[in-house]
Write a protein that binds this ligand. Structure first.
Ligand code: KG4
Ligand code: ZN
Length: 334
């Protein structure tokens, strides 16, 4: 029973990350270089800018991870990389680095799904228990996933338009908050009241799908109308009203799935899982219903490579290896 030590790479969006994880949960190195400062002035991630930054930084983060861990490439069992979904040019930088590393050091190459990574971020600190329901809420994704066992992903609901994080960032932009706006709205909303009572899009009864574009438009229209008429509008009330609507819908559908699929473990993952309001509401609901709630530490909610290493450990045991013709994919089923 030898240790499995995997070097993993994540470049799907605006973080250049490399991590070394032993046996799926022992983090020997975790290097994350964020490009947020470069994208801020554009109010969002610019794909070409992201790719160029990844090219500049990828070898640096790999060397740093090796140095931190004190390991040499020959001590590694495999190299893992996010194959998608994500920005294609950004993904390809990580994938090409992983291929080169794999070829140069004769290591198996393990392609990993980005969303699986977000889910397995929960495995870095404690065991997850199956069957489980996982709510993934990030800048690019809003999904409810049922897992019977390791590596078994059944998507039971997803967004029909905007991802939650995307709605957060767009609303924040209209309020006048810096990019990415999620954390700012989260903070502002603690000082505000749910005075606007924005719509809650529950969709058809029994549906686990989501829709946030109506809410986004309602917030933006309200702000424009108030500003046009020179009416006073408190940003913190807008933030709170928006956040309450989001939390109501996310928690209602998720707890419904928890009951229908009869699971004992609920996992929240992705950048928006860092949201204080959302975490607190889920904590209360899960306590009331005796459900184990798993939420990653804040630094493992947003993009990182340790979460990719956590999935890769299980893929390694199944010898789910990729070839050197591995390609990036911006849309890919989990
Ligand atoms: O998972 P992530 O780092 O990247 C993607 O894969 O998309 O998620 C980034 C998203 C951004 O939209 C950001 O605004 C949002 O997560 N976010 C938050 C919070 N922290 C990050 N949204 C709401 N509340 C937060 N505290
Ligand atoms: Zn992500």
């Amino acid at each position: 029973n030898e240790d499995v030590v995997i070097l993993s790479i994540e470049t799907s969006c605006d973080e250049t990350a490399c991590s070394i994880v032993r046996n799926g949960n022992d983090i020997l190195a975790n290097v994350v270089v964020s490009q947020i400062e470069s994208h801020k002035r554009f109010g969002g991630v610019v794909p070409e800018v992201a790719s160029r930054h990844h090219v500049e930084t990828i070898t640096v983060v790999i060397e740093q991870a090796l140095e931190t861990s004190g390991l040499m490439p020959e001590n590694l069992s495999a190299v893992a990389v996010t194959e998608g979904p994500g920005l294609i040019g950004a993904l390809l930088v990580g994938i090409n680095a992983a291929k080169a590393f794999s070829f140069a050091h004769d290591l198996p190459l393990i392609p990993v799904h980005h969303i699986a990574g977000h889910i397995y971020a929960n495995q870095l600190e404690e065991e997850i228990n199956f069957p489980l329901i996982s709510l993934i809420v990030s800048g690019g994704h809003t999904e409810l996933i049922y897992m019977k066992d390791h590596l078994s992903f059944e998507v039971i609901g997803e967004t029909r338009d905007d991802a939650v994080g995307e709605a957060y960032d767009k609303v924040a932009r209209v309020i006048g908050l810096p990019y990415p706006g999620g954390p700012h709205i989260d903070r502002l909303s603690t000082e505000g009241k749910d005075s606007f009572n924005f719509p809650r899009a529950y969709l058809e009864p029994g549906s686990y799908d989501f829709s946030f574009s109506g809410l986004k438009s309602a917030v933006i229209n309200t702000l424009h109308n108030h500003r046009q008429k020179d009416l006073e509008v408190k940003d913190e009330d807008v933030a709170r009203s928006f956040q309450e609507s989001v939390i109501d819908v996310l928690t209602k559908k998720t707890m419904q799935a928890v009951t229908e699929y009869d699971v004992e473990n609920l996992i929240i993952a992705g950048g928006v899982a860092a949201n204080r309001g959302l975490r607190t509401r889920f904590e209360t609901l899960c306590q009331d219903q005796n459900i184990k709630l798993s939420v990653p530490a804040l630094k493992y909610c947003t993009d990182n490579a340790a979460m990719i290493g956590a999935v890769a450990y299980h893929l390694y045991k199944h010898k789910a290896f990729g070839d050197l013709d591995l390609n990036g994919r911006n849309y890919i089923d989990i």
